[in-house]
Write a protein that binds this ligand. Structure first.
Ligand code: NDP
Length: 350
């Protein structure tokens, strides 16, 4: 695969990308289990063309691992809270391992009971949400996931950072197709996008944020120092508030404000909870009292998807699946500068 390298890009096989990330993390003292979980999530994002949550996050794991509370040896274990509710304390390691360890109980409980909850607590979170919801959907279940971040986002109508960028992801299982998956932040733009504009000396679009005086601004530096804005005005603001509540106080964990305070300037990934729900879509069927409904609920879902795509719109997830297919054929593209930076950041051998 390395033979197709260009001056700006290195092409890695999935095994090579995974090996690079895994070796980097274990070389910096992370447990093998955590390294595998983080490396898999970052490589999946790189493979699927989600650069913001791909290998670009690897150097930043060093800041997270340097946080005084970070636990390189965290070994999270799921515990049953009720028959429908599982909790996994990430024990101040990366939250992705805790989520993965809780998935078997979540899936089994949702199959048995129709709906189940997985609460992940005390995890440093730096990964996209789609890898987990997509995995749940491959078990024939619908899934939702959400978490707070840091209080960078002003509520609609307000001026001060109060809400997180609070991502939400949803997956729906499909027979014969990869799951329908969406996954996005509830802020108008990702914080990393604003930082990228600053780095390139570009203005940001109106509506992304406010300067430190609370005035609308297109200056990325002013917005990073001031407050970001939610997408969709009061609607995004309310959705982000719901995420604060459900993935914060509801599961006994930090709000975005509390998570930012916990960071104490370390610039680590935010440390907080994550709420993951799974639903069994086989629970309800159309019944004979609904003679206008033909087929099964899954047929109705497929009809909805085809009505979306037939008019030229695309389904969320389809770009990723296309990128995944391309990576399977041609390898995973990694900017050369990033690849070399990662190599330079390996600990020096004595
Ligand atoms: P985007 O605004 O880029 O939206 C991404 C979602 O919308 C994807 O599901 C994407 O599908 C879909 N989509 C994009 N364009 C279209 C279109 N034209 N038609 C249909 N669907 C479309 O995402 P964000 O920048 O807000 O978030 C990016 C990532 O950042 C997410 O994975 C999120 O989990 C992550 N994040 C994580 C945080 C954390 O705490 N760990 C905090 C904030 C964000 P597709 O993938 O196929 O393009």
């Amino acid at each position: 695969m390395m033979s197709r390298n260009s001056p700006d890009e290195i092409i890695l096989s999935e095994g090579e990308a995974l090996g690079l990330a895994r070796d980097f993390l274990t070389a910096h003292g992370l447990s093998a289990a955590q390294a595998e979980a983080v490396a898999s999530a970052l490589c999946a994002a790189q493979r699927d063309g989600c650069a913001s949550h791909g290998l670009q996050r690897l150097p930043g794991t060093l800041d997270t691992m340097a946080h005084p509370a970070f636990n390189r040896m965290a070994d999270p274990r799921p515990e049953a809270v009720t028959p429908a509710v599982t909790r996994v304390d990430a024990d101040y390691g990366f939250s992705i391992l805790a989520a993965e360890r809780g998935l078997p109980s979540l899936v089994a409980n949702a199959r048995r009971l129709g709906v189940a909850i997985l609460a992940v607590n005390n995890g440093f979170h730096s990964t996209a949400l789609w890898p987990v919801v997509e995995k749940i959907a491959t078990h024939g279940l619908a899934a939702l996931s959400m978490n707070p971040t840091h209080d960078w986002v002003a509520p609609s109508g307000g001026t001060k950072g109060t809400l997180g960028t609070n991502p939400i992801a949803f997956a729906w299982p499909r027979a014969g197709h990869p799951p329908y998956v969406f996954d996005f932040a509830t802020s108008a733009a990702a914080r990393a996008d604003i930082a990228l504009h600053r780095q390139r000396g570009q203005e940001i679009p109106a509506g992304w944020g406010l300067d430190p005086q609370g005035r609308p601004s297109t200056d990325p530096a002013a917005v990073l120092a001031g407050a970001m804005l939610p997408f969709g005005g009061h609607k995004g603001s309310a959705l982000a508030t719901m995420i604060e509540l459900l993935a914060g106080p509801f599961i006994g964990d930090r709000t975005s404000r509390q998570s930012a305070a916990f960071d104490k300037g370390a610039k680590a990934a935010p440390c907080h909870g994550e709420l993951i729900l799974a639903f069994n879509p086989d629970l309800f069927q159309f019944d004979s009292a609904q003679p206008d409904l033909e087929g099964t609920p899954q047929d109705a879902a497929e009809d909805l998807f085809s009505r979306i795509t037939q008019q030229g719109a695309r389904l969320p997830g389809d770009r990723r699946y296309a990128a995944r297919a391309a990576a399977a054929q041609h390898g995973i593209r990694v900017p050369k500068a990033l690849y070399e930076r990662i190599l330079r950041l390996f600990p020096q051998q004595e």
